[in-house]
Design a protein around this ligand. Sequence first.
Ligand SMILES: O=C(O)CCC(=O)C(=O)O
Length: 113
Amino acid sequence: MASAAWNLLITGRKIWRFLPPAEALQRGMIPVAPAYYELHPIEFEQAPGDLLFTPSGWAHAVENPTETIAVTGNYIGEANIDFAITYFEAVGEHNNALLCQDVKRAFTRKDVL
Ligand SMILES: O=C(O)CCC(=O)C(=O)O
């Protein structure tokens, strides 16, 4: 949930249902939400060749009505690391929060850039 992700569908179909962060927060599905996005729930059917991006903080469920093959990557970067730290603290994953703080510190040190 703290990470952002991309998903490339190779074969089959995936039906994605997203709740924006503000609504997921209101329903108690996430303890904190990033400051961006205030939209309505979105449903999207992914077909082979579609590359889908899931921003940080978007609660989602995925239905696979067929067998599927997909490649996905979750990541935390400069744009979502503060949200990830807040999220991990809020859910009690303190080691993950500390790891993100270390990574952030390492990449913002002037002497290594
Ligand atoms: O591909 C799926 O079925 C789910 C993937 C997912 O939820 C994620 O990568 O965050």
